[in-house]
Design a protein around this ligand. Sequence first.
Ligand SMILES: Nc1ncnc2c1ncn2[C@@H]1O[C@H](COP(=O)(O)OP(=O)(O)O)[C@@H](O)[C@H]1O
Ligand SMILES: [Mg+2]
Length: 269
Amino acid sequence: MNMLEVNHLRVWDANEGKEIIHDSSFQLKAGTCLAIVGESGSGKSLTCRSIIRLHKPWIRQSGEIIFKGEHLNQLSERDMRKRRGKQIGMIMQNGMGAFDPTSVVGIHFQETLKAHFGWSKSEAEVNMKKAMESVMLPHPMEIMNKYPHQLSGGMLQRLMIALTLVLEPDIVIADEPTTALDTISQYEVVEQFIQLRERMGGSMIFVSHDLGVVKKIADEVLVMRSGVIVESGSIKSVFTEPRHAYTQYLVSTRLELSSHFNKIMNGGT
Ligand SMILES: Nc1ncnc2c1ncn2[C@@H]1O[C@H](COP(=O)(O)OP(=O)(O)O)[C@@H](O)[C@H]1O
Ligand SMILES: [Mg+2]
């Protein structure tokens, strides 16, 4: 069964009258993880944003977005808002952007959980505390009283993962969630994503330009270039027998980098 089906998605900049994503179609099977790879500017983020229909006002889209059999592209903004977070969770590149800088992070959790479940402050706290402990965030009550700028990028991403564990969405969309982190935090956050997947048993879209990470976490992969899906398939087939010249280039250069990285991490030269 498909959890999500995207058919003939087009995205354009209405100011410039320029099409950015060209007739893009793909499916996310229930319980699987689909990776989107491709160089910067290839359209990965706009593809993710199109699923939840959250764009800058001058960005427009057309095509079908079918989530659990429901045509999201036909829903009103009000109905769409109910699905963001609770049914379709989104974890972005920059954890800081997900939080209101003027209040402590605990307030964000209380408000989000009240909006989706009608929970009281203490119900929200009990559940968040449990989830934060499970993603290795010690002293949860202290953390909840901090402002976003007082926490590291790795901690903010783990907080988003904890909130996702509580919300239990059907799909998690993670857009380069480790790109802004240092190497050690990247490793820890990827581990938490792997566990998140196991615990939720849900479906995931994971955008990354690190093919080593993609190999670890995803079942299938889409390769994007200049707003076009140039190749797709199982991780194994795309990585071992890339058909498109661009994928061959990506695989040869990126896997080389990853193996170099692994050697350094393992103390080799
Ligand atoms: N808000 C925006 N307004 C205008 N153009 C945009 C906007 N966001 C992205 N683009 C353009 O769309 C293309 C794809 O962007 P994006 O989806 O962010 O790429 P990726 O996530 O793969 O790096 C880029 O050429 C970028 O300049
Ligand atoms: Mg992006």
